[in-house]
Write a protein that binds this ligand. Structure first.
Ligand SMILES: *Cc1c(COP(=O)(O)O)cnc(C)c1O
Length: 224
């Protein structure tokens, strides 16, 4: 099926309140433009310079989400326009994004990335580290970032029982944080879980943002 057809079949499956982030990393602007013309307005990228280049080249009403590990020295490339950073994985990064956003005169939406997978290699706070951060209260002193919720990636496995349990764990943690730390912040309302292979499970667990790439655009290839 083509990009437009894939998008339509995914849109039809999304319940109200769940938004699609079309993950366009490594795909050329022509493919993004095709999805845009079909009506998709939110796109996700995981490399700062690649995102900055695509921002330049593509329509300005695209809502760009950053979903990859962000090095502090790359924040400057995306801070002028990024709509949401899903992948805040350390206190240092949170503080630096705040500082950069302040300088740019913006308030930037961010999600805290929580490590829920079994793999060692995935970035993110452990639930304990996240609690330490919020208990310290440092986030309340940051006026150029808005913490909108949590992001997570399940273990890469075909064992959907394991995937469901990781998503449910994150969803409960999200509700607990909402109650304990964000009860007066209605904006803390986003749970970014679910990719091409597991977005049905993620939606069942309460996802509000699914990040889908290969199911829309096919296999990723490097291009220059
Ligand atoms: C690449 C990527 C996705 C999309 O993965 P697909 O399996 O292609 O849907 C989602 N989230 C993150 C963080 C990614 O890096």
């Amino acid at each position: 099926m083509n990009i437009t057809g894939q998008l339509q079949s995914i849109w039809n499956e999304l319940p109200a309140g769940v938004r699609l982030v079309a993950v366009s990393k490594l795909h050329p602007t022509e493919m993004i433009l095709e999805a845009y013309k079909a009506g998709q307005k939110i796109f996700g990228e995981n490399k700062a310079q690649e995102l900055a280049k695509k921002y330049e080249d593509l329509p300005k009403d695209i809502e760009w989400h950053f979903i990859g590990h962000l090095q502090t020295n790359k924040i400057k490339y995306i801070i002028p326009f990024v709509a949401m950073i899903h992948s805040i994985d350390s206190e240092k990064l949170l503080l630096e994004v705040n500082k950069n956003a302040q300088k740019a005169g913006r308030k930037v939406n961010v999600l805290l990335q929580i490590h829920i997978a079994k793999e060692e290699t995935k970035y993110g706070f452990s639930p304990e580290e996240c609690l330490d951060l919020l208990n310290s209260g440092v986030h309340k002193t940051l006026d150029a970032v808005c913490i909108r919720g949590l992001m997570g990636m399940a273990t890469f496995t075909e064992d959907m029982t394991a995937v469901r349990s990781e998503f449910n764990m994150l969803s409960s943690f999200f509700k607990k944080l909402k109650q304990d730390f964000f009860s007066s912040a209605p904006d803390f309302n986003e749970l970014s879980i679910g990719m091409s292979e597991d977005y049905h499970e993620a939606i069942a667990a309460g996802s509000t943002l699914v990040r889908i790439g290969s199911k829309i655009f096919g296999e990723r290839q490097y291009y220059s």
